[in-house]
Design a protein around this ligand. Sequence first.
Ligand code: KG4
Ligand code: ZN
Length: 343
Amino acid sequence: MILEQLNKEDVLILAIETSCDETAASVVKNGREVLSNVIYTQIALHTKFGGVVPEIASRKHIEKINQVIEGALEEAGVTLKDITAVAVTYGPGLVGALLVGVSEAKAICFATGLPLIGVHHISGHISANYIEHRELEPPFVCLVASGGHSHLVTVRDYGEYAIIGRTRDDAAGEAFDKVARAIGLGYPGGPKIDRLSREGNPEAIPFPRAKVGENEYDFSFSGLKSAVLNYLNSCQMKGEEVNKADVAASFQKAVTDVLVEHSLHAVKEFGFDKFAIAGGVAANSSLRAAFEQECARRGITFYHPSPVYCTDNAAMIGVAGYYEYIRGVRHGYDLNAVPNLGL
Ligand code: KG4
Ligand code: ZN
């Protein structure tokens, strides 16, 4: 079906993402249309350890990668012959996990002669916004909040980024995961805190909103995390019962307040009128609602991907890969996994 709808000039990117605990592949047409998005999530495997175990993640990627890629091609109704280029996340992330995707992409390109394009994971997260908002074009400001990153980024053009704020310590998602563990919700914490918060009072406990020294756009979440742990300890020592839903809601409100305040201040100061969010934490319902409300109040157009494009997926890598392809970026077979790759 889809094959017949393809034009000669269509650019089809086969994208691969294995930077953490999702083995994912996707076929993206002309940078905006997702023909397939296959995700094998390893979450269940890591849950019993309370977090991602890198060695287990790498091994599972190896086991699943071929199946996931075949699934993505099949779902899109194409074969490797229809593909224009292969895009793969080469950093940042877990080195062993990244290596599986990078080696696979190189092997496919070597066997088929297709061009190879290495993609930055964060560029992928930001580009997820292009999938469902065809009208969105740079320039805009994007908040990337995931398990490993909390970055405030200006997107001057496709693939052109400048980081204007970052976390000084924990990433926002990491704080969600740690607080969830402390109140016994398990991994991954974000979605569980999101759900439990709906039954709690966000004003119940006055957790701190950290201000960070010289850079007003930087974030800090370790103080907030400690405040939650101290609160739990003091309740325990006093023999008081903890209302977990109130803790979750109050913590989530503290994170949301800081993210909204810093981000929208930056949008105004840098003179932008469009703002987007990305990364796993962008799936948070209270964060989305707060941005929705505050952006409307301040006359800023707000963009966010559907939850499935917020957490790790390969479609976002296909979109970012398309714009790299258009810019003429090509990588050689010496492309390596770079765990701490800068944006
Ligand atoms: O972007 P992502 O899938 O992986 C990284 O690149 O890190 O983000 C995963 C993070 C985890 O910390 C998870 O707890 C958080 O995103 N997360 C959420 C929600 N869904 C996922 N945090 C808050 N609310 C959510 N609904
Ligand atoms: Zn991610």
